[in-house]
Design a binder for this molecule. Sequence first.
Ligand code: PMT
Length: 406
Amino acid sequence: MWEGKKVVVGVTGSIAAFKACELVSRLTQAGAEVHVVLTRAATNLVAPATFRELSRHPVCVDLFAELAGRPVAHVSLAEAADVVVVAPATANVLGKVAAGVADDFLTTTIIATRAPVLFAPAMNVRMWQNPVVQANVERLKGVGYHFVGPATGWLACGETGEGRLAPVEEILTAAGRLLKAADLAGRRVLITAGPTREPLDPVRFISNRSSGRMGYALAEAARRRGAEVELVSGPVALAPPPGVRVTQVETAGEMRQATLELAAAADAVVLAAAVADYRPAEPAPHKLKRTADEAVVRLVANPDIAREVGSARRPGQVLVGFAAETEDLLRNAEAKRRAKGLDLIVANLVGMAGSGFDAETNSVIILGPEGPVAELEQRPKSEVAERIWDAVVERWTGGENLGRAT
Ligand code: PMT
């Protein structure tokens, strides 16, 4: 995967800078052409000569000391890069890039590149938790920068908490994912995400705990892999992923209408939304009054969007649903896959910490007509999303089952 790839490794002034040596060494051994860019602060922690020997390339520190044969070196490096990895990334470099400040070799390279940029933060736990740092991270994520870690554990300052550099293995995996070929280029994909809200009256509704993270991670991954992405989203507190067309909806009825309209032109549809199965039969036109000790609300079933998409499928389309289950995961998921006419179903264990609704991570088994395709336990939703797209691509390239649910 790394053979011949041009990787810029940015190293900033965190005590974890020494771990970047292993990162550079592993990348070089794997065949990548590695160019290390150090900030001035980082040179106090690891000598540039170490990185020069490990990478077998000159190391960049000074913005105005042009590298041999490279006019405007930071720009040519930015243009040549297949991926930029900043490990460790301090609060300082995150703040500068978030504010658009480019005052040294590394920040100029990051701001000038079109390659994906992966930050691996490392800092004191209180610095990491500082609302300004968190706001910078959110801002950077919102405009398409990628993050891995930080991990939790013992920190060099003597404290314990979140702020350790992610393990080198994880940084390599995350960077490798960013390198993936644009295998969804030329494909149009549709994703549903988030909850629906079913009104009881003008101010109250029935809903669920879906945060939209799983669906938004799917949209972001598909976009990065080159797809044209439509996202139909229930009400969530997430910023739309860059480059994705979002249709905001509230009720299952609105989600159904938008999804059916867009599904017709989609090569793949992934239904990650937690659609309310029922809605109040007669939503009150005025705010309901408290008039008795008990109140009964009659519910009626919502349309099953996945089933409708499944029955209107066109040849070559790949349809993926989710099955949120608290027990009998595989049996229930397979029954849903068949009943809804889907190619793949993501059997999703919910109702426990670290998986399903409103969690950062997810535990899933991806099921196809031939059985389990992949199993992921408590993995970041971004990683689960990548594996789901891998499974969709496998369906397209996998021969005769193409576009036919069994
Ligand atoms: O949003 P997050 O906080 O990140 O949480 C992610 C998630 C847990 C919501 C997601 O991973 C997930 O499991 N989504 C499906 C939730 C669900 O409602 O599952 P279900 O088993 O009830 O539905 C099965 C499938 O049918 C789903 O693809 C669902 O989108 C679809 N469906 C369900 C009901 C309905 N009326 N219409 C549908 O299309």
